[in-house]
Design a protein around this ligand. Structure first.
Ligand code: AMP
Ligand code: MG
Length: 488
């Protein structure tokens, strides 16, 4: 069974609620391949029963592995404040398929819906679908998205919208919040069951340790440190880094008001509801570390099984200290790769930081700038490098370019090889907000062609795809600041 904890206090059997007259909005063939779903020439499942299943229209009986749909309990810290019990308020775990879990988001009310309607709107489902698949193609750990199923059923948000269900896939949807839940209930038995199951299924290397729970904590923390370093390198802002949105496997999960950086602003806030900027782009590493501190305190009773309370606290505290070290290593490696540096020199960090500062000062488009860095010829004269035109202060970018060219001259690879390597880490295409917005507006008029087109383009983010060049361009001023908030 997918979820390790049995019993009503942990998970409730919850069949999805029906939506009327479901239809395909989007389907990911690549995700279907991951879980061995046969796909026909029209890029949809050969078996039409999948549409009904993914709509949540009570067809679990046709698929025996999905006969025990569940909603699970978890708790968490939201915007830095303990929020108590939350749980799967609109996500229903159907079960396992090909070693992955299949979950329907927006499939109706559960025991944990609180005041919510258990639904998701078309807009947010398309955003989650496209971004999950785009992040996967970028090589960033993430839950996957199999499909979006739409319906004309109406849902009330700020205005009336229509409902959709996003079918998502991951090896596990367990969150830091699951640990916090049992810790807050002082239920060490449940905590242990959760940790033992995670070790068995996902962290088998911790088995051999004399401190399996401490090792498990370190592994989870390191994975999330690596993840956030990858976000920073690609310019991804998650938007709601509450502890209930943090995966125990270091996956990007729960796509809400996320955004990719367009005009670079180090303190960019992508979530319209985040008034204090707690989850601003530059704070993500520090916030992830904070979430790992929540995890450490939730796991304290497990480490106390072998140690005094004081010892256990010290052990977890020092384990937590490896987070900034792992983050810095991954961040430096990520940015060296982005700059095309194969070797490491101490001055590289300063070179990277100076570039980011200059990009911030001039509000340079993040994705395009890094992509065009690959075009630089190491023997070029600074004044001939067109990239300098993106910067307001030519004097300082010229100085930076001089230092960068000097640094490149100490690398042994030739320009062509370096440029090819840089194009495998600096994407040409990311899910910019204005692109998602255009696809959503068309989808709201029943035209899903743009969603399909974006899926195709974003599945190959490092490819040149000259026929889609305009999708790599920075947004025009009038579509730059589209507000995105938690309510979806
Ligand atoms: P999120 O900010 O989307 O991660 O959601 C935070 C919590 O609110 C989770 O427990 C969700 O399941 C719950 N939630 C969000 N939207 C709804 C909704 N429309 N109906 C029920 N629960 C919801
Ligand atoms: Mg969530």
């Amino acid at each position: 069974m997918a979820f390790p904890l049995q019993g009503d206090d942990a998970a409730r059997r919850t069949p999805p609620s029906e939506i009327s007259n479901p239809y395909w909005v989007a389907f990911s063939k690549s995700c279907a391949e991951l879980i061995n779903i046969p796909v026909a020439n029209n890029d949809l499942p050969t078996d039409h029963k999948w549409l009904e299943l993914l709509a949540g229209n009570s067809l679990e009986t046709e698929f025996h592995q999905f006969s025990n749909p569940l909603a699970t309990a978890y708790s968490g810290h939201q915007f830095g404040v303990w929020a108590g019990q939350l749980g799967d308020g609109r996500a229903i775990l159907l079960g396992d398929i090909a070693s992955q879990e299949l979950q329907l988001k927006g499939a109706g009310k559960t025991a944990y819906s609180r005041m919510g309607d258990g639904r998701a709107v078309l807009r947010s489902s398309i955003r989650e679908f496209l971004c999950s698949e785009a992040m996967h193609a970028l090589g960033i750990p993430t839950s996957r998205a199999l499909a979006v199923v739409g319906s004309k059923m109406s849902v009330m948000r700020e205005t009336r919208e229509t409902a959709a269900v996003c079918a998502r896939v991951a090896p596990s949807f367990i969150r830091i919040g699951h640990f916090e839940h049992y810790s807050s209930l002082e239920n060490t038995g449940r905590l242990k069951e959760l940790a033992d199951d995670l070790i068995e299924k996902h962290y088998p290397e911790c088995h051999n340790s004399i401190e399996p729970y401490l090792e498990l904590f370190k592994s989870m923390s390191n994975k999330n440190a690596t993840l956030v370093a990858k976000w920073q390198a690609v310019g991804f802002c998650h938007g709601v880094l509450n502890s209930d949105n943090i995966s125990v496997l270091g996956l990007t999960i729960d796509y809400g008001p996320f955004g990719f950086l367009d005009q670079f602003q180090i303190d960019h806030i992508c979530n319209h509801s985040d008034h204090s900027g707690r989850y601003a782009f530059h704070r993500q590493p520090q916030i992830m570390h904070w979430n790992m501190a929540c995890l450490a305190s939730a796991m304290l009773p497990l480490v106390e099984l072998n140690h005094s309370s004081v010892e256990a606290q010290e052990l977890l505290k020092s384990a937590l200290e490896s987070f900034p070290i792992i983050f810095a290593e991954e961040w430096q490696k990520g940015f060296r790769d982005k700059l095309g540096l194969q070797t490491a020199e101490e001055m590289d960090i300063r070179l990277i930081e100076r570039l980011l500062q200059l990009m911030h000062d001039s509000g340079v488009d993040y994705t395009s700038l890094f992509r065009s860095l690959g075009d630089i010829d190491k023997d070029a004269a600074v004044v001939n490098i067109s990239l300098r035109d993106h910067f307001i202060d030519r004097g300082t970018i010229d100085l930076w370019l001089q230092d960068y060219l000097a640094r490149l001259s100490r690398e042994s690879v030739d320009d062509e090889t370096r440029q090819a390597l840089m194009n495998t880490v600096n994407p040409k295409y990311v899910l910019r907000n204005h692109l998602a917005q255009r696809a959503i507006e068309l989808a709201q008029q029943d035209d899903f062609s743009e969603v399909h087109k974006l899926l195709k383009i974003l599945s190959n983010p490092f490819g040149e795809q000259p026929e889609h060049h305009q999708y790599s361009q920075a947004p025009a001023d009038h579509v730059r600041a589209i507000p995105v908030s938690c309510s979806s």
